[in-house]
Design a protein around this ligand. Sequence first.
Ligand code: AKG
Ligand code: FE2
Length: 345
Amino acid sequence: MVVLAKGELEEIALPAVQKAAASPVADVPEIDLGWEDAAAAVVAACEGNGFFKVTGHGVAPELLARVEAAAAAFFAMTPPEKEAAAGVPPGSPFGYGSKRIGSNGDLGWVEYLLLAVTAAGETAPLSAGGEASPSPAFCLFRDLLNEYVVAVRSMACNLLGLIAEGLGLREKDALVRLVSHEESDSMLRVNHYPPHPELKLPLQLQGHGNLTGFGEHTDPQIISVLRSNDTSGLEISLRDGSWASVPPDRNSFFVNVGDLLQVLTNGRFRSVRHRVMVSSPRPRVSVIFFAGPPPQERLVPLPWLVAEDGGHRRYREFTWREYKASADRTKLAENRLCHFETEDD
Ligand SMILES: O=C(O)CCC(=O)C(=O)O
Ligand SMILES: [Fe+2]
């Protein structure tokens, strides 16, 4: 067990630091959205490791820099200030949180701000528990995040359009409509991983182990669009089950296939397992947009892809509300999709 210094993140025992060899560097496909064959490239990446990097995205570098700076300023506040600004509404996953990921005992060397995205495509106000009138700095941060959500939501829709095109779906908006619907249940998460605490110790006491920032998991939604500062830590699980680290790139976005896209494509795409390991002397700040469908949306593998798979439907029908409730009952690392596989799979 490692007991962390007070004031850093709250005092809490985390699982022991693991001494492990650094993971090899992942070979991440890079796709420029301006390419003529971007649709085929996105489909190939989703069929591969379910993870790729997007360039040529058109999001202004200064917006990214401003979001990064505002996030760093937010997390530099004391824990009571962060809680007062963002709120920690009881029984709600939204607001400010530290170390506890979800409600099933998962812990990580991370603090975060989790925001729901409203019908208008903005981050939902955090009234319950947050300050009645948040500070001007926090309001500015929210405004920036709203601007950011507009950009990444549009990128997510663009990517889903490319996927439909690359898969040859007759219904071109079959995937986009799930995310552009006014009741779509999307989220924005800002994660801050403070530097590895051991790096503050005298050299002879440093074990140079890895600390889990965010334990391994797949994202439950359709796709996730991530942007981070220049600090490494993100790792993906390859098809053979080994882990590979993703070199950070603050000018690009990284895209994960989520569980629902694996279902919609009847298992043709892969919901990529990933985690964050903390070993850097610098903090990592990441912002992730999780593109989800409306809660009542019925999800089922797309008929065209079932037909291509010899008529074999690998997942039963369920609603997003049902899937989320099931995911909320499980630990981060569990395979949540297995509960929705058809019996003959
Ligand atoms: O913070 C990161 O880089 C990734 C975190 C993550 O996977 C998540 O919030 O779902
Ligand atoms: Fe994730």
